[in-house]
Write a protein that binds this ligand. Structure first.
Ligand SMILES: Nc1ncnc2c1ncn2[C@@H]1O[C@H](COP(=O)(O)OP(=O)(O)OP(=O)(O)O)[C@@H](O)[C@H]1O
Length: 257
């Protein structure tokens, strides 16, 4: 039996005044895959991702998760439904520790009176779980869980943000340009991390302009052009230059095949 997609969109339209950012856009994410989303500047990738993650409401169209129609009123709403989005501007608090960042907004309270009435946090439990989550994802080069996030490298910060997204039962993780600000070595780590998240069965949507990274990790590539999905290709069937030519309109699918 063919697998059903975990997240789909049909006919999404989003207009900003006279600009049509999404023009009848479709989307399908299969369970356990890394789906890259590529497209020229202004093609509507961010708008698509924002619609899927509750940051904007599309004017038209339908989004389904596991076959059921969903309508997210906010990013928090999407998150509660299992869609975690990691933006390039990471929503981490620099002065807080790695453990505190991982539990931001979902802190564990101490048991009994101290926790219930005095709202005391169970730091030990949060540290232990944070350490476990980071080590599961192969991120234990981060030694001290109490280290402030501002003292970490860009790649390590990205790691904490992705680990946080992967740690709490999320069903889909959307990564917006996760390697854009990183050097070669750090990018490599983040790509490995993405693969280890997939290995844990969580599908990933990877928005990226970096073709070598896309071709290295993606199972399928969604090509977005002029506000809609132009095609979905497999990296082994197309060259990078053909993917770019499709994305920019320099080639049609017939010419690239
Ligand atoms: N808040 C907004 N107000 C007005 N126009 C917008 C807004 N957000 C996006 N747009 C427009 O919608 C179109 C699609 O933008 P979007 O950011 O989705 O594209 P993108 O593919 O993510 O581009 P890039 O790769 O440059 O980030 C663009 O023409 C953009 O100017």
């Amino acid at each position: 039996m063919a697998q059903e997609p975990i997240l789909t969109a049909r006919g999404l339209v989003k207009r900003y005044g006279r600009v049509t950012a999404l023009n009848n856009a479709d989307f399908d994410l299969m369970p356990g895959e890394i789906l890259a989303v590529i497209g020229d500047n202004g093609a509507g990738k961010s708008s698509l991702i924002k619609a899927l993650s509750g940051a904007i409401r599309p004017d038209e169209g339908e989004i389904r998760m596991n076959g059921k129609p969903v309508s997210f009123s906010s990013p928090m709403d999407a998150r509660q439904n299992g869609i975690e989005t990691v933006y390039q501007t990471l929503a981490l608090s620099p002065a807080l520790s790695i453990a505190d960042n991982m539990f931001l907004g979902r802190e564990i309270r101490a048991g009994g009176f101290m926790g219930k009435v005095l709202r005391k946090l169970d730091h030990k439990a949060m540290e232990r779980i944070a350490r476990e989550k980071l080590s599961e994802l192969g991120l234990m080069t981060i030694q001290n869980i109490n280290q402030a996030v501002e003292t970490l490298s860009g790649g390590q910060r990205q790691g904490v943000a992705v680990a946080r997204a992967a740690a709490f039962g999320s069903k889909v993780i959307i990564l917006d340009e996760p390697t854009a600000a990183l050097g070669v070595k750090e990018s490599r780590k983040v790509l490995e991390l993405i693969q280890s998240v997939r290995a844990r069965g969580i599908p990933i949507v990877l928005i990226s302009h970096n073709m070598p990274h896309v071709f290295e990790v993606a199972d399928r590539i969604h090509i977005h052009r002029l506000g809609r999905r132009l095609a979905v290709i497999k990296p082994k069937d197309y060259s990078m230059s053909d993917a770019v030519a499709l994305m920019t309109g320099a080639k049609t699918l017939d010419q690239a095949a």
